[in-house]
Design a protein around this ligand. Structure first.
Ligand code: PBG
Length: 338
């Protein structure tokens, strides 16, 4: 004879308490759901390039294309109709324009600045995020000034402040420093104030880890071959650390960040959770290129249902406490859940 032990629960006992009751029917599962995914939770990162009427597939990111500005505007209108509230711009800078100090980043007629103006003109209520970092613009692929084998912190900050001001003047709503230099958020905030750009938001990539999951992104902005075998471990965080992420976030808030980000995403949900439960600021998460690629690749092999896995992981970001999520699948998911 088997003896079935009954759980000792303070609010009731089996069979009075049957948690399966609320799971039995779809309407009830929806009703009691603690979290929902909305298109407005999603931020769409877009790769842009020079030219006209051209979409170039990125081999390591199935379903993602680098697009020219004329096509971009149409896509942004679609995103807006799907209730996506914000997007982030990443440029492919022509190799002849890449330089040691990333000068092209400071040119107010560069690809990103032109894109910002066109989007604001065509879809004024779409929030535009511009990355503040030099890696798409440098011929060594590092995010800052690189001298004697080192990325030079304070010199880099001077340039990043100018880059942020140029982007804000072009009309972007949010500047997002992704460079991980010490002190850059405060310096950028001060530079914006000095230019009377008081309403420009700062989304700080506060806890950005030196991850191996950025590879496809580096293909997309063509920085992979310039970076070569070098890495970014002297400025991006060690994946071993968690307390340090909270120190980074606390500093960025004190320096004037409006929102903070954890990146990558799914392997760092513990950091998202700690950040969101520790600080009363919006915490965003970035489902990075490698995460996207892994899901798509397995889906294309017929090993998993990529759309279902994508939606499940994005919901997990929300459960962990993310207020919004950057994802290359934003349009597809927004269509699916619309
Ligand atoms: C550049 C930047 C990177 C990403 C966003 N901004 C790459 C890097 O730090 O090397 C990665 C995004 C992704 O992998 O999807 N500073």
């Amino acid at each position: 004879m088997t003896h079935h032990a009954q759980p000792e629960l303070s609010w009731g006992q089996f069979p009075t308490t049957r948690l399966r009751r609320t799971r039995m029917q779809g309407w009830c599962r929806e009703l009691v759901a603690e979290h929902h995914l909305h298109p407005s939770d999603l931020i769409w990162p877009v790769f842009i390039q020079e030219g006209k009427n051209t979409e170039t597939p990125i081999a390591s990111m199935p379903g993602v294309f680098r697009i020219t500005l004329d096509l971009l505007v149409e896509k942004i209108k679609l995103a807006n109709q799907l209730s996506i509230r914000a997007m982030a711009l990443f440029p492919l800078v022509k190799s002849e324009l890449k330089s040691p100090y990333g000068d092209e980043a400071l040119f107010d007629g560069n690809l990103v600045c032109r894109a910002i103006k066109e989007i604001k003109n065509a879809v004024p209520d779409m929030g535009i995020i511009a990355d503040v970092a030099l890696d798409p613009y440098t011929n060594h692929g590092q995010d800052g000034v690189f001298e004697n084998g080192q990325v030079i912190n304070d010199l880099t900050i001077d340039i990043l402040c100018k880059q942020a001001v140029v982007q804000a003047k072009a009309g972007c709503d949010i500047v997002a420093p992704s460079d991980m230099m010490d002190g850059r958020v405060g310096a950028i905030r001060k530079a914006l104030e000095q230019e009377n750009l008081k309403d420009t938001l700062i989304l700080a990539y506060s806890a950005k880890y030196a991850s191996s999951m950025y590879g496809p992104f580096r293909d997309a902005v063509d920085s992979a071959k310039n970076l070569g075998s070098a890495d970014k471990r002297s400025y991006q965080m060690n994946p071993a650390n968690s307390d340090e992420a909270l120190r980074e976030i606390a500093l960025d808030i004190a320096e004037g960040a409006d929102m903070v980000m954890v990146k990558p995403g799914i392997a760092y949900l513990d950091i998202v959770y700690r950040a969101a439960s520790t600080f009363p600021v919006p915490v965003f998460a970035y489902q990075v290129s490698g995460e996207y690629a892994m899901i798509k690749a397995a889906g294309n092999n017929g090993w998993i249902n990529a759309d279902a896995v994508m939606a499940e992981q994005l919901l997990s970001f929300k459960r962990a406490g993310a207020r919004a999520i950057l994802t290359y699948a934003a349009l597809d998911i927004a269509k699916a859940i619309a």
